[in-house]
Structures are given as structure tokens and as C-alpha cells.
Design a binder for this molecule. Structure first.
Ligand code: GCW
Length: 673
């Protein structure tokens, strides 16, 4: 069996009796009784049974106490927004669509379970992002690319799996406002190509229906090269035969799966085929598919993760960081309306710290989705604790200076939320951290990233700390209120660990924005020069004098891809923020940072501190013994043990590598192994 994470209703919240009355009746007005409304009712029933052992009666009039779903004509709520308010003993959910009722129901239950619903509650929430999506990198053999929580629950032995867990998953992600999911790896290989063929299409269709009950659109990753295997024997996007083939294919797919949201495409990247093979550009490829899918109302999500992965070490001009902008910025405005470009948060690849991709603010006439990764590929494989929401908040807040219009919101959040340009659309997607482990996310605490991503994508103004507090209260419920021996609330302790975890992780791993000092391919544990000597060349350029890649005007020129003040800031080593200095500049070990420390002393200090902080987290967690659920306690204890060993290794290897490289001693005289 598997856990229910933050929507487990077996644990009564504080003051819970005060809310019992809401679960006595449900009244529905103005909605057709479709499967989505039934799902919302089902959820209320589940909660009522779990929390109070009762079943809400469906009544034909507004009950004296209970919950009421009311269809609203208020246009400002849009398709997904809702109002929750309390009058007398009734909690009202007003919304224009049944999908919005689902989101509101989960919200209402969260308010109740955290004792936050009061007689004065009156909240209206409309999501900031039109698309709030999770991408699975699940393969059909059941493995997951960059998966750290078991195998896929969608696929096994080259077949689709549909069972109770599928529904539980839909429920879990709908509860935090997710409205789209792509179920298969963007590297579409072998049997996965057949997801759109007769072999699997009926099961694909059933899956879309399960998600649809929760208001979620399902997507598939598509094999761009598919027509090569058929009559056109080509994937040239401008070849009429190929275009025809796709039109027929899309007709056929949508006949069988009318509810499909569309397709996600990785082309011309890391060995995947794409339009470049035929001398065409990325817009040619995306627009061909967009045209074919248009009659069916689907969308094409086209990834911008296109770069040359075999750069020669002697080549100082080619720069992987430049690639996205180089390939896509000149195509701005050429993509069809039903194409959305999916852009990774940074110009490289989900490092613990990177600058924001200059495509945000570089593209002015193109729909954009921000892609982040909650699968902890470079942030500790869900062994190490790394609550990523504070990092995502910084990315969203980045001012791109896209235009000079003071009226438009040109932060990343504004661009993807469609507020920077009239008529644009977009959103946020995370490469998901889920698998078939009992607790879904490997480390119990990694579920805070799944929860947090959904909540943040819904409301980008939420504080990372508030999200973590909410998650902690919902997950540990009554236990969160207990006190440790030294008088700290258990929930506060967990919150403290979450909030400190990303800064700690950054400290003991790759400093000052350099990234990439990980073991090659596997990406867990340190290997300072691993990628320096790999065919998959991604360089840190360390020598006896300093380290970092020069990306200013004298170097690769990457810094020049930014607008106005950002371009100036990143071009100048003196103005570049400390945390990104090695990303942008080849920097001497003796260079004095804004913090007042030299680069080398910063490296020593942060690595020692980071390791110490992990030991402290591990010790703090032990204070929860006997206070929280035993399974969860043991799960995280075991993870902390491994994290401590990992942090020790990082600290020793990084410090000794740089000590030997530069010969400068630690000011504090600590032993460096
Ligand atoms: O982060 C890198 C991963 C690859 C992944 C690729 C991508 C799915 O190391 O495993 O492939 O990015 O985003 O396409």
C-alpha cells in the first residue's frame, strides 16, 4: 500500500469538532451532475468518513449546516477560480466550472484541517498560471529517468498500468491545483512511440478520463521522428508528405482520445532527432505539429533545451549556456498560437544555483512555460533534504526588463502568467519527483516540493515559508502540535529544517554558481573535474589561479543575452552577485567577494559549515522520535544518515581539491583531508 501524503484524513486536526457540522450535508446548485462534481463530492465523503466517521447527505435545499457548491456567473473567476465563504453554518464554494469546484473543495478541506476556516472566511482565488503541469520522465519498461522514488506507476513491462494508485495520484496533484500532466519521458524511445498507435491508444484514452475527473488534462511526449518509420520516410517539417502524415495521425489520435491536452516535444537535443536534421529551424518543427493538432484544440509544448552536448574542451567560444537563446530568440513571434515554448529555469540544467535563462525577457512575442525540476537530479536525489520552493520564488521574482512599459509585469512570474503581454499564455511545469515508492517521493520530506510546486504555480505570491508551514500541518496534522523535549513545536522544527535545507545543500556542494562538480551522468556525490574530462563536455575551468567560465563580453558573451541592467550587472565581475560569480566569470581564488571573503576562503567556510549544518539537521530530526508517525520518522532518519555521509564527502573532496590546486591555506587552520 502507499501513503496519502497531505490528504490523509485519518489524523484529526486541532479544534476539529468545531468543523464537524460542515460534513453533515452537501447542496449543489446550478451544476450538472458530471463526473467532476461527483469527484468533488467523493472527496468530501472521504474526508467526512476519515475525520468524523459520517457521510454528508446530498440535500435539495441549502442546509442548516453543511457545504454548498454554487454555480457562479462572476466572470472574474475565470475557468478555474473560486470563492469560498462562510455564512451561518454553511461553507459556500462558488465557481463557474466543475473543475474549479475540485480545486475549491481541496482548498476548503485544507482550511478546515489547518483550523484556518473561520466564520469570517471569504476568499477568492484565481490561479496565476493558466498551465500548472507535472512532467514525468517515466519509461515504458517501468524505469524513470532521474527518478529517485522507485519505479513508474504508469508503466511496467512495456505496458500501461491503470489501478487505484492512478486515481490516488490524480487526487494528490489536483489537491494542489495541478491541471496538466505529461506521463512519459521526453526521450521517447522504443515502445513509448506506440502510445499514439493502436497498441496502446485505448488505455491512453482511459487514463485521460481518469485525470479528467479531477479537471486535469493529460499530455504525451511525442517522438518527433515518428514519420520516418512510415510512408513519408522523413521527418522534414516542410515536406508536404510529412505534414499530411501528421494531420492524419492527429485526426486518428483525437478520434480515440478526444480529451488529450496535446504533446510535449524534445527535439534536436541530447541525441534526439529534430528539424535541424533537415536544415530547418525549431519553429518549422513546432508549427508543423501545431497545425496538425489545431482542429482538435490541442497544444504543442516545445522544449528549448537544445544545445551541443559534445563541446571540445579547447573550444572557448562555444557555450552551452548560450544555446537556448541562440537557437530561439531570432524566432520570436514565429511560433503558432497553440505552441508554448518550455524553458528550463536556467540556461544550463537544473543546477542548485544558476542565473535565470535569458530567454525570459528575450522572447517578447512567444508563449512561455517555466520548467523547473522537483526530481532532485542535481540537488541530492531525494536522499538529501532540499526544499526548493525558496529557489523557485527567486526565479519567479527575477525582473527581466523585457520592455519599458511600467504597466506590464515583466518578472518571470508575469511573463509565464500572461501578464507581460496581452493575449499570451503560459505557466509552470515541474519535472516530477514521484514514483511507486510507498511514500511517493522517496524522502517523506521531498513531498513538500511536490506540494509546494503546485501551490506556488497556483499562487506565485505565496511565501515559501507559508507553503512549507501549510504542508507540515496537513501532513503531520495533530502531531505537528506536539512539543519536543526542548519545548519546540514539532511542526516548527520540521519547518525550520525545510527552510534551511537549500542554502545548506548549496554550501556543501558547488559554490558560487559554478555547478557541475557532480559525478558524471549519475549526478549524486562530488566529482570536481568529472565533467571536465568527459565527452559530455561541460566545463568549470579550474586551474592554479582561479576557476569559473568567463561569460562576460570578453569571454563567451553569454552575459550580453540579458536586457539592460541585467546585462550590465552580469558583464561586470564587480557587479555580479556573489552567488553567481563563478557562473559568469573566471575568478581568482584571491578575489574578494562582496561578503568580504576571498573566493577560496568562501569555499572552505561554506563546505565546513554545510557539513556541520547537515549534522545539526540530523540531530534535530531525532528530537521528533516518538512524536510523529514511526514510519515517517524512520524514513527521514535513514535519509539524513546518507545525507551526512554525502555532505562529508563533498566537504572533503571539494576543500582538498581546491587546497591542492591553489596552495592557499584555510585562514582558520582546519584540517583539510
Ligand atoms: O537534466 C538533463 C537530464 C536528462 C534529461 C534532460 C532533459 C530527460 O540529465 O536525463 O533527459 O536533462 O531535460 O531533457
Amino acid at each position: 500500500m502507499w501513503t496519502q501524503c497531505w490528504i490523509d484524513y485519518s489524523n484529526l486536526p486541532k479544534n476539529s469538532q468545531a468543523y464537524a457540522g460542515y460534513f453533515s450535508a452537501l447542496y449543489v446548485d446550478g451544476f450538472k451532475k458530471d463526473e467532476v462534481i461527483s469527484t468533488a463530492y467523493g472527496e468530501l465523503k472521504k474526508a467526512a468518513e476519515g475525520l468524523y466517521g459520517c457521510t454528508p447527505e446530498v440535500e435539495l435545499e441549502v442546509p442548516e449546516s453543511g457545504i454548498a457548491f454554487i454555480r457562479s456567473e462572476d466572470e472574474s473567476l475565470g475557468k478555474e477560480g473560486y470563492r469560498i465563504h462562510v455564512k451561518d453554518n454553511v461553507a459556500f464554494i462558488e465557481a463557474a466550472t466543475s473543475a474549479a469546484v475540485i480545486y475549491a473543495t481541496f482548498r476548503l478541506l485544507a482550511l478546515i484541517r489547518t483550523s484556518a476556516l473561520t466564520p469570517d472566511t471569504d476568499i477568492t482565488e484565481v490561479p496565476d498560471n493558466p498551465i500548472r503541469m507535472l512532467d514525468h520522465w517515466d519509461n515504458m519498461d517501468g524505469s524513470i529517468e532521474r527518478g529517485y522514488s522507485g519505479n513508474s506507476f504508469f508503466f511496467e513491462d512495456n505496458d500501461l498500468v491503470i489501478n487505484e494508485r492512478t486515481t490516488d495520484y490524480a487526487r494528490l496533484i489536483a489537491s494542489v491545483g495541478i491541471n496538466a500532466v505529461a506521463i512519459n519521458n521526453v526521450n521517447v524511445k522504443d515502445a513509448a512511440t506506440d502510445l499514439v498507435n493502436d497498441r496502446f491508444i485505448a488505455k491512453v484514452s482511459r487514463l485521460t478520463e481518469i485525470f479528467a475527473c479531477y479537471g486535469i488534462k493529460m499530455f504525451l511526449s511525442l517522438n518527433y521522428a515518428m514519420p520516418i518509420e512510415y510512408e513519408p520516410a522523413s521527418a522534414d517539417p516542410l515536406d508536404p508528405a510529412v505534414r499530411e502524415w501528421w494531420k492524419h495521425k492527429m485526426d486518428e489520435i483525437y478520434r480515440a482520445v478526444p480529451g488529450l491536452g496535446g504533446f510535449l516535444v524534445k527535439a534536436d537535443s541530447e541525441g534526439r532527432p529534430g528539424p535541424f536534421t533537415y536544415g530547418r529551424n525549431q519553429a518549422d518543427g513546432a508549427n508543423m505539429l501545431a497545425e496538425a493538432i489545431k482542429p482538435h484544440g490541442g497544444i504543442i509544448i516545445w522544449r528549448c533545451f537544445v544545445y551541443n552536448c559534445q563541446q571540445d574542451w579547447r573550444d572557448l567560444k562555444t557555450d552551452r549556456a548560450r544555446a537556448g537563446y541562440d537557437y530561439f530568440s531570432s524566432l520570436d513571434g514565429e511560433f503558432a498560437d497553440n505552441v508554448i515554448l518550455q524553458i528550463k529555469n536556467g540556461p544550463m540544467d537544473f543546477q542548485p544555483r544558476e542565473p535565470v535563462s535569458p530567454l525570459f525577457g528575450g522572447l517578447r512575442k512567444t508563449n512561455q512555460i517555466l520548467e523547473v525540476q522537483i526530481a532532485q537530479e542535481y540537488t541530492g536525489h531525494q536522499i538529501d533534504l532540499c526544499y526548493l520552493i525558496p529557489w523557485f520564488k527567486q526565479i519567479l521574482a527575477f525582473e527581466t526588463y523585457m520592455n519599458n512599459d511600467p504597466e506590464s509585469d515583466t518578472t518571470v512570474a508575469g511573463i509565464i502568467g500572461g501578464r507581460a503581454r496581452k493575449g499570451s499564455t503560459g505557466g509552470m511545469v515541474a519535472v516530477t519527483n514521484t514514483g511507486n515508492d510507498e511514500n511517493w517521493t522517496g524522502n517523506d520530506l521531498a513531498a513538500a516540493n511536490l506540494y509546494g510546486f503546485g501551490r506556488l504555480a497556483w499562487d506565485t505570491s505565496l511565501a515559501a515559508e507559508d507553503i512549507a508551514r501549510e504542508w507540515t500541518s496537513l501532513t503531520y496534522a495533530g502531531d505537528a502540535e506536539k512539543q519536543t523535549a526542548d519545548g519546540e513545536r514539532a511542526g516548527d522544527l520540521i519547518l525550520r529544517l525545510l527552510m534551511g535545507s537549500w542554502p545548506t545543500y548549496e554550501k556543501y556542494t558547488a559554490p558560487l554558481g559554478i555547478g557541475w562538480m557532480v559525478k558524471v551522468h549519475d549526478h549524486y556525490g562530488p566529482s570536481v573535474e568529472g565533467y571536465e574530462y568527459d565527452r559530455w563536455g561541460t566545463y568549470i575551468r579550474a586551474d592554479w589561479e582561479g576557476l569559473g567560465v568567463e561569460r562576460g563580453p570578453e569571454g563567451t558573451g553569454f552575459a550580453l543575452q540579458y536586457n539592460g541592467p541585467n546585462k550590465e550587472m552580469f558583464s561586470d565581475i564587480e557587479k555580479t552577485p556573489d552567488e553567481l560569480i563563478l557562473f559568469f566569470h573566471k575568478t581568482k581564488y584571491t578575489h574578494v567577494l562582496h561578503s568580504g571573503k576571498t573566493v577560496i576562503q568562501h569555499i572552505y567556510d561554506t563546505h565546513f559549515e554545510g557539513y556541520d549544518e547537515v549534522l545539526k539537521m540530523q540531530k534535530d530530526w531525532q528530537k521528533l522520535k516518538g512524536l510523529i508517525d514511526e514510519r515517517s520518522f524512520a524514513n527521514v532518519s535513514e535519509r539524513f544518515e546518507r545525507q551526512a555521509a554525502n555532505a562529508r564527502e563533498w566537504c572533503d573532496i571539494v576543500n582538498s581539491y581546491f587546497h591542492r590546486r591553489c596552495g592557499i591555506d584555510d585562514e582558520k587552520g582546519r584540517t583539510i583531508y
